[in-house]
Design a protein around this ligand. Structure first.
Ligand SMILES: [Fe+2]
Length: 395
């Protein structure tokens, strides 16, 4: 073998050892800056929109943001239909109600304005409006045969990361099961990140969504599907969120800090899109489904214990995340766990599940956690023993 080929081959083998192959679709036009909500009309026109469905919730409408978006759309000469009847943790019934309300209007662009619930409901409406059937038909990935409408996502909270993802999380009314309905076609074509918007959110929503975003960054960075691109998003998200939370805890009106939070939450959403999550979400989801603990609060309960439990599997990666925010010491998993616990405590979030609910049957929670798809991406295999240990730690 000639020496230059041997050298190239050995380099290629070294590359294979150090970096994972990946296949990630990136297609979002990202518009960031204070006041950028006022550009929604122009951006909808760029998508060739004439008739715009604006999906939001009553709280966002009360804050005046729906009226602001409506005005911007009308100023561009577009017809607008406001649907603001979205509830927290949207169900297939919410989606069907939206589809029924807007069917005759026949929109050609959808704008989702709000937290994860509004964005997920807008995606759900997009599926059913264009492809017919029920939400259940789109459970999984790539189930939509027909084209979907182009859409714009405008998060008003820094948390969910739905703005970076091609999934809608919709609860099935019959059994409260969360259906993850994914398709590249349902992902927003344009995302507006306006740091003016989250400042007016209620304190409990800010706390829960902030911890959710942090969990997205920390879980996706070490998931079994992590890759160079997802780690780039996740590590940058972690740095932004870690700095941003300190600043908004001091001054809720700090617009630069909200910029960091919104970007961090979006980048963490992009990291999930590229690499999925892990045990903190797998153990949190049953707490939401069975005991109605809000998603961000549930994840904030499970995350510190998961960071400690995963330490032995991903020590190097945790060390990198700890160093990124100036933490140093023996066990990076414990350092990160303590940092998350400190943030939680400053936000006034509960340290233990027992502060919120009385669990009657742990075995059903354990069974539910083990059946969560997201748990399969945890770097330490999530078995019954580990789930039991994690629940014991947060009880
Ligand atoms: Fe989450």
């Amino acid at each position: 073998m000639n020496s230059s080929i041997a050298s190239a081959l050995s380099k290629s083998q070294a590359w294979k050892l150090n970096l994972e192959a990946f296949d990630v679709h990136q297609s979002i036009r990202l518009v960031f800056g204070p006041g950028s909500l006022s550009r929604v009309g122009e951006l909808a026109r760029d998508l060739s929109g004439r008739r715009v469905l604006l999906v939001s919730d009553p709280g966002v409408a009360k804050a005046g943001y729906v009226a602001e978006a409506h005005r911007s759309l009308k100023q561009e000469g577009l017809d607008v239909f406001d649907f603001t009847d979205v509830h927290e943790n949207p169900t297939d019934e919410d989606v069907n109600r939206g589809v029924g309300a807007v069917k005759n209007f026949a929109p050609d662009v959808i704008v989702a304005l709000g937290g994860g619930s509004a964005m997920d409901c807008a995606k759900g409406i997009n599926f059913v409006l264009t492809n017919g059937g029920n939400m259940e038909d789109f459970w999984g990935f790539g189930k939509a045969d027909q084209p979907l409408l182009p859409s714009i996502g405008i998060p008003t909270t820094a948390g969910t990361g739905s703005d970076g993802q091609s999934y809608a999380l919709i609860s099935r009314t019959s059994d409260h099961k969360k259906m993850a309905c994914g398709d590249f076609k349902v992902r927003f074509k344009t995302v507006i990140l306006d740091p003016d918007l989250p400042r007016t959110g209620p304190a409990d929503v800010i706390a829960a969504s902030g911890l959710d975003a942090i969990a997205h960054a920390l879980e996706s960075y070490v998931s079994t599907r992590a890759n160079p691109l997802s780690r780039m998003y996740a590590s940058h998200a972690w740095r932004l969120l870690n700095g941003g939370v300190d600043r908004i805890l001091v001054d809720k009106q700090d617009i630069d800090a909200w910029g960091e939070m919104l970007l961090g939450a979006h980048f963490a959403g992009c990291a999930i899109e590229a690499s999925m999550l892990g045990a903190a979400h797998a153990c949190a989801n049953p707490l939401t489904a069975r005991y109605n603990v809000s998603h961000g609060v549930a994840v904030s309960l499970t995350l510190p214990a998961v960071l400690r439990a995963n330490e032995g599997s991903v020590a190097d990666r945790y060390q990198k995340l700890a160093r990124d925010v100036g933490l140093s010491g023996e066990s990076a998993g414990s350092l990160l766990s303590r940092r998350v616990a400190e943030i939680k405590q400053r936000f006034g979030l509960p340290a233990k599940l027992g502060e919120l609910v009385q669990v009657n049957d742990w075995s059903e929670l354990i069974d539910d956690a083990l059946s969560q798809w997201t748990g399969t991406f945890n770097p330490r295999p999530l078995d019954r023993e580990l789930v039991t240990q994690l629940y014991e730690e947060i009880a």
